[in-house]
Design a protein around this ligand. Structure first.
Ligand SMILES: Cc1cc2nc3c(=O)[nH]c(=O)nc-3n(C[C@H](O)[C@H](O)[C@H](O)COP(=O)(O)OP(=O)(O)OC[C@H]3O[C@@H](n4cnc5c(N)ncnc54)[C@H](O)[C@@H]3O)c2cc1C
Length: 255
């Protein structure tokens, strides 16, 4: 079998929602990208098996104890929300089909909640309980609660990620390698083998590598850098791992 040899600006390892979005944003900025995914399908993972909730910061701004961290999360949610709303509006369930309501059951927390929302620029509007019941008749509202209309939306993640993939494929500088397992990193070249047979498939050279392999990041870091990372959860903050791994390596890591 002929072995592929690619030379690109950036290698993105892992084709879930993070890898796909990163690839698309880099392509938009003029970089050539190789996206390497070990499964036969992209995003056949938490990225398409989640609740399909497009966050706009309403929850993060309040649920995280530390005010600074909460604000950062809320801002990032709004950034992502706006990008998806602007570029992939068809993936969103329309508001008139499902109004999004936030219900505050601990009404004593109202000042704290509103302060946090105002601080983070979260959009909300209080609605009366009667109005809320009218909008969501199937929901059993607690007797004592406050209700707000918020920006969060439901999304069709499969449709969304399919659209992102098509947006990537519009660029001739996009290279997709499915069923490909990156088994070794030599200098700035990653060696690829078939995920099932372990037959060598080829290699990709780049100046930047982005690890977006979800829970698989720990394995990549262990194999390529002989460092152990404690990956426990499935969220996706961005970790710039220069301090532990050396320059030019960015981990998009679920923790
Ligand atoms: C039950 C549940 C509900 C959730 N609900 C929501 C929600 O409503 N809204 C929301 O925003 N978030 C939600 N999340 C979180 C969200 O799904 C994750 O943050 C997101 O899917 C993480 O995406 P990712 O691309 O980082 O990782 P993943 O989706 O795990 O993708 C990683 C990809 O990397 C590939 N890979 C792994 N190792 C390698 C390797 N060595 N080489 C090549 N490829 C590799 C995998 O095959 C996979 O395709 C939920 C999560 C769960 C589990």
């Amino acid at each position: 079998m002929e072995r592929k040899q690619l030379d690109v600006d950036v290698v993105v390892l892992g084709g879930g929602c993070v890898g796909l979005f990163i690839a698309w944003r880099l392509l938009q900025r003029g970089y050539s990208v190789a996206l390497i995914e070990r499964n036969r399908e992209l995003a056949n993972s938490p990225s398409t098996r989640n609740e399909g909730w497009l966050h706009a910061g309403t929850y993060g701004a309040v649920a995280i104890d530390d005010a600074v961290a909460a604000n950062i999360v809320a801002q990032r949610c709004q950034y992502g929300f706006n990008i998806i709303e602007r570029h992939f509006p068809d993936a969103l369930v329309q508001e008139w089909l499902t109004p999004t309501l936030a219900v505050l059951t601990n009404t004593a927390m109202i000042d704290h909640v509103v302060d946090r929302w105002n601080f983070s620029g979260v959009q909300y509007r209080e609605v009366s309980n009667a109005q809320a019941k009218k909008e969501a008749p199937e929901f059993l509202f607690p007797e004592k609660c406050l209700t707000f209309k918020v920006q969060e939306r439901s999304m069709d993640t499969r449709y969304l990620l399919d659209s992102v993939l098509r947006a990537c494929q519009a660029y001739p500088t996009f290279h997709l390698m499915l069923h490909s397992h990156a088994f070794a990193l030599q200098e700035n070249t990653v060696l690829i083998e078939d995920w099932d047979t372990a037959d060598p498939v080829g290699s990709v050279t780049a100046h930047t590598f982005i690890y977006s392999a979800g829970a698989g990041i720990a394995d990549l870091v262990q194999r390529f850098h002989n460092q152990s990372l404690d990956v426990r959860a499935f969220k996706t903050p961005l970790i710039v791992a220069e301090r532990i791994l050396g320059a030019n390596i960015v981990c998009l890591m679920p923790q």
